[in-house]
Design a protein around this ligand. Structure first.
Ligand code: SF4
Length: 272
């Protein structure tokens, strides 16, 4: 299906970090909307989606003039104190349209020239590798967090059919780490996975964050419940994985391979 694309000039770009992101001074979204359209995306329940006539995952709003706006806002914010930025909270900065539009790349150029104290890049896309030159310019002021919810491709296709394959994400993390970019694998939300999952992760990163709907959807799991995600587990005969204690299975498996200070839980894994 063809996506609906809008081009708009935003009035503001950086937003105050609040709630789950209260450890950050700002969040930064290069786009509104996200064509990965993951089934469990909590943004589906937020005004940006519920006020839209189009279904979440089918439309995207490209922010025009974003780099110029960021330059002004960043300069102003840095005069007021420490600036830590989470990119992105309600879109994926490296969704497919970024290959052509390069909004995220234009923002990274600004950030490299006028560096904040820290930038956290959250994505599930191998496209982030394109910007390795810029990410290296931020040295230890950046971390790229790659969402990898499972090692099972059948599970990935069931919950996120439009997202990139797991193998490509693992490869990207390795490329970033080998180049010297600080990374993290983010198992969020925890999806059913195999016992071998930690062995795959340890080959490509030295840090993992585990989060689930109940800790991390900003409503104790209520938003996810409203989306009817439990049915998707039942369809697979894997209802036991839709449970506030299921993350423990993955956490304990990880701890057999990773040290305690390499495995983070929920919000702690996203802090600057
Ligand atoms: S990539 Fe992130 S923002 Fe985009 S649909 Fe999936 S969960 Fe939502």
């Amino acid at each position: 299906m063809k996506n609906i694309i809008f081009y708009k000039y935003p009035k503001t770009l950086m937003n105050k970090g609040t709630g789950f992101l209260s450890g950050y001074s700002h969040s930064l979204n290069p786009y509104t909307g996200c064509t990965f359209g993951c089934s469990y995306c909590y943004v589906r329940q937020m005004p940006v989606s519920t006020f839209s006539k189009e279904e979440w995952g089918t439309w995207i709003n490209i922010k025009m003039g974003a780099a110029e706006l960021l330059q002004k806002e960043l300069t102003r914010a840095k005069k007021k104190g420490k600036v830590t930025i989470f990119m992105s909270s309600s879109t994926d900065p490296y969704q497919p349209i970024e290959l052509k539009e390069e909004v995220t790349r234009s923002l990274l150029k600004v950030v490299v020239e006028n560096q904040p104290d820290f930038l956290f890049v959250q994505t599930r896309s191998p496209l982030v590798h394109r910007d390795i030159d810029l990410l290296l310019g931020l040295k230890d002021r950046v971390r790229v967090s790659m969402t990898i919810e499972t090692d099972r491709e059948d599970i990935r296709k069931h919950f996120t059919p439009n997202a990139p394959p797991i193998s490509a994400r693992l490869r990207t993390l390795k490329l970033l780490a080998d180049a010297g970019v600080p990374t993290q694998a983010t198992i969020a939300p925890v999806l059913p996975s195999t016992e071998a999952f930690p062995n795959e992760l340890v080959k490509v990163t030295n840090r993992v964050c585990v989060d689930d709907y109940f800790m991390g959807d900003g409503s104790g799991g209520r938003r996810t419940n409203n989306l009817g995600i439990s049915l998707m587990y039942e369809e697979l005969g894997l209802a036991k994985w839709y449970n506030p204690t299921a993350y423990r299975v993955v956490y304990d498996r990880l701890r057999k391979v990773f040290a305690e200070d390499q495995v983070y839980l929920s919000q702690k894994g996203f802090l600057p």
